[in-house]
Design a protein around this ligand. Structure first.
Ligand SMILES: Nc1nc2c(ncn2[C@@H]2O[C@H](COP(=O)(O)OP(=O)(O)OP(=O)(O)O)[C@@H](O)[C@H]2O)c(=O)[nH]1
Ligand SMILES: [Mg+2]
Length: 192
């Protein structure tokens, strides 16, 4: 994925991409956050084995969030199904940061994280990323520790939070953390 290279302060609008595996809650998170009616491209989910839910995204989600300082955050969501992998970088093109959502109740959630860290390698390296770990309270869910351990090997610190994407205030914490990350990057660029 190519990240936008402009610096933060002059921007009235920024693009953020929500990504992660099927059912992690990208569409739900964007709906929870958006000030406007979201654009969704959902169809009936014919792959209930991969994830048992009614609908799945086939192209992208789109919503908008206006911050108190007037900055408009354009929220883009990728499809989660592996057959739409080619869309992940397309939807992420030009994004300033990445919100990676994972589902701790899926046994392969750590491997999923690795996959997405690879796709969004530029964001991982610069620190323009935050991770939300969902369903961590469910019986049998993976603990947060191995995710933190894996992230401790990355070059830039990447914040990781347990989150219920159905709760707007929890998704807002992810956005706030990402904005802090972007400001730090911006200061580093300005002082280099
Ligand atoms: N019980 C429970 N349900 C959750 C939690 N987080 C998300 N969900 C539900 O999980 C589902 C997530 O679905 P989506 O938002 O469509 O997921 P998605 O990542 O957009 O999936 P794809 O578009 O198929 O890749 C929704 O029905 C949410 O209500 C949680 O913490 N607990
Ligand atoms: Mg979706």
């Amino acid at each position: 994925m190519t990240l936008a290279t402009d610096t933060l302060p002059d921007r009235a609008e920024i693009k953020i991409v929500f990504s992660g595996p099927m059912g992690a809650g990208k569409t739900t998170a964007i709906r929870a956050l958006s000030d406007i009616e979201t654009l969704s491209t959902e169809v009936d989910n014919n792959d209930r084995l991969a994830f048992d839910k009614e609908h799945t995204t086939v192209a992208l989600d789109y919503g908008q969030l206006k911050l108190d300082d007037g900055t408009v955050i354009r929220l883009y969501g990728t499809p989660g199904q592996a057959r739409f992998e080619f869309m992940w970088s397309i939807v992420g093109q030009g994004a300033l940061g990445v919100v990676l959502l994972l589902d701790a109740s899926q046994p392969d959630a750590l491997a999923q994280m690795d996959t997405y860290l690879g796709v969004f390698d530029a964001a991982l390296k610069s620190g323009a990323m935050v991770i939300g770990l969902g369903r961590s309270e469910q019986p049998g869910a993976l603990k947060i520790h191995p995710f933190r351990q894996r992230l401790s090997q990355s070059r830039a610190p990447i914040p990781l939070f347990c989150v219920d994407v159905r709760r707007r205030e929890e998704v807002l914490i992810l956005i706030s953390a990402l904005m802090c990350q972007l400001e730090v990057i911006d200061q580093q660029v300005a002082s280099s």
